[in-house]
Design a protein around this ligand. Sequence first.
Ligand code: TPP
Ligand code: MG
Length: 897
Amino acid sequence: MDQIDDILNQDLDPTETREWVESLNAVINHDGTERAHFLLERMVDSTRRSGGYLPFDPTTEYVNTIPPHMEARSPGNAAIEWRIRSLIRWNALATVVRANRKPGDLGGHISSFASSATLYDVGFNHFWRAPSAEHPGDLVFHQGHSAPGVYARSFLEGRITEEQLDLFRMEVEGKGKGLSSYPHPYLMPDYWQVPTVSMGLGPIQAIYQAQFWKYLEHRGLIPKSDRKIWCFMGDGESDEPESLGAISLAGREGLDNLIFVINCNLQRLDGPVRGNGKIIQELEGVFRGAGWNAIKVAWGSYWDPLLARDTTGKLRQLMMETVDGEYQACKAFGGAYTREKFFGKYPETAALVANMSDDDIWRLNRGGHDPHKVYAAYHAAVNTKGMPTVVLAKTVKGYGMGAAGESQNPAHNQKKMDTDAIRAFRDRFNIPIPDDKLEEVPYYHPGKDSEEVQYMLERRRALGGSLPQRRRKSDQSFTAPSLEAFEQITKGTGEREISTTMALVRGMNLMLRDKELGPRLVPIVADEARTFGMEGMFRQIGIYAPFGQKYRPQDADQLLYYREDQKGQVLQEGISEAGGMSAWLAAATSYSISNVAMLPFFIYYSMFGFQRIGDLCWAAGDMRARGFLIGGTAGRTTLNGEGLQHEDGHSHLLSGAIPNVISYDPTFSYELAVILQDGTRRMMQEQEDVYYYITVMNENYAHPDLPKGSEEGIVKGMYLFKDGGKAKKNETRVQLLGSGTILREVIAAAELLEKDFGVSSDIWSVPSFSEVRREGFDAERWNRLHPEATQRVPYITGLLGERQGPAIAATDYVREFADQVRAFMPDGMRYTVLGTDGYGRSDSRANLRSHFEVDRYWIAHAALAALAKDGKVNAKDVSRAIKEYKLDVDKPNPLYA
Ligand SMILES: Cc1ncc(C[n+]2csc(CCOP(=O)(O)OP(=O)(O)O)c2C)c(N)n1
Ligand SMILES: [Mg+2]
């Protein structure tokens, strides 16, 4: 940077410089700025060609990007809008302060919204369209901590009652009327559309939403429109890798339906965001470099005359030199301080404010608090073509809170205000609350017929209705294909060996053939389509490319060539699981956000799913996403050669923790078919707000036919795969349970037990230990609450109730996974769980299964050990198994190995 500054700041011949600048000004006046820009680019090109080193300077002066004479003027009534904004500010503050006076330590935030009130108001009053017959509606990602301000607006609009404001953060007591702490569609399904409070998730989702809207347009699923996505975020939030990690995609794909508004109040939770630098400049450089249109809104209108009088350029220089920590101090300490420490630095700048009072200096506002500047920026943003826009608005954290928080380091968590601070706030915003009522901090509503409310309502009517609002169901439902349509994968494969991954791809292909549903499928990959054998889809349905394929692909003469297409159906998101997941989220919530139900499949390495992008998966539940997440190459020992970082033995524990995720670990292709069919029915036909996590494996083996009548059990998560028949008297019997590929080891263990020890088995396939556990606890809870009613029998208890012997479960997941159902084992039935606890490593599947003690021998041995404990066989039999199966009893526990 120093080098750039040196080069740019050296002036060998100021007179010559002035002449050039004058010529340029002449061009600007005569032919406009675009012509001037053209000439400059030509000159830069010419210098470069002569070998000149021209460093790229990604930033511009520290002033507003839009000069005053280019500002679009707001058609609104500025005075009424100020009144409305003040009322909203007051009610937001009252909501939080009152909540904090209640028992329960409810918390809440004032200072984030205090800094962004104008940024929201201008949007609500003039830009954001609700869905209506005329328009599909914009989508706004609100900064999570600004929620009280959004509620306060809805209160004035009459959508939220005073009683509800008093139930802020009291969603249990509120029984459906409470207001959630932050935007949560799960808890307020008619209101919030997107959850944002986990920093970074809003911005990355917004980018992929914008991409997905273009995708829907290109594929002809929605008409082209000028609808926009507005994403608000904090300047501190921009440090999250998710916030900025995908911005180059938006630039590359020219997402002009996307607008970021970054509330640059220069502070985060603990203190300054860039005390020793300037966050706005930094972000400007980053976004411009990524192909965005960056609009800085640093200074409010009161600065315009000063800047106009800054003929020496000293004020601009000072603005550039001053760091954010100092800017923050100016707002904290007031006009006199600012005169001395800021303007006082140079005689020229001191002179500029010599005739102004300290109060006048204090009133020199920041751009983000000036509705005119904000309007102009938004106006430019919505009219920008071919690129996304970021509005970098400079604001004051805790604006209006005075000594109670304004520009103070601890402002973020300030939620209590004493009566003096509240009085000052009331006076500053002119709220008609009498002194004797101040103590209560009452809400203030000017009445439905007041000028303010009428104005607000008229504005919202003109923009299609109130916001936020969320659609619960899409108008169109789809009939899921019947199970017969999946015949190719419900039928056994005979001798042929395939993996469940291949079965899944076949299943998707069968669904793609469905005339109605097929076009709604959205296959999503993060550069792993070949890993999962999906490359056939490249040619067949094409890879989405917003500008089409501009080159002849290297493999063009092959059948399955790499075909990119503007109408492509596959979303290839490159090596970004967060990107793939965000795209999936956009598709999975399209039923709500665009009234176009889609059925996304995101297929990824299971290890890089819930573990790596778990917070997005959690947000997916919050958003009531519907779709399939497919954890490929799953299982700690099934993905054999890849080793510790790749071998997943726990993603099911993570997915199982998300309430509306239905998880399965199927073994056979027919199980997968039943799950796909049922999932499609629930999500696309019944429009249930659930999503599916299915693990599929890359081990090839033969698959049997769908056993008659097993469909219901598969869906419930457990069914009898092989009945050992009616147990004879004195027969030794075990119950063997398993899922995924390890079920095959379980089946083999049953043969060993029969052959070597005369022990017979009933074999249970348990495609979802997680669902079986949920049902079990649900029944148990119900029974506890209804002690005198006929008691419910948990599903698994019922299945195993009449059966004999100890039960042994083995899976390719950690023990906890199969252990989930322990509580529901019939009384007296011993339960042993084998699993793959410990770090994975690379080796053959056989060696890994031996290492983790989940192969047929270890399972047979565990069964005998359990039988011995039950007194059904002797300890000697167990020793014989150890010897015959060559089990190393001294090997370390794989958990610690
Ligand atoms: C992922 C995540 N980490 C931490 C937090 C806790 N947190 C909430 S607000 C905040 C500071 C936000 O600062 P900024 O983004 O600048 O927003 P502002 O309130 O200043 O507008 C933090 C750290 C969070 N919500 N999400
Ligand atoms: Mg901030």
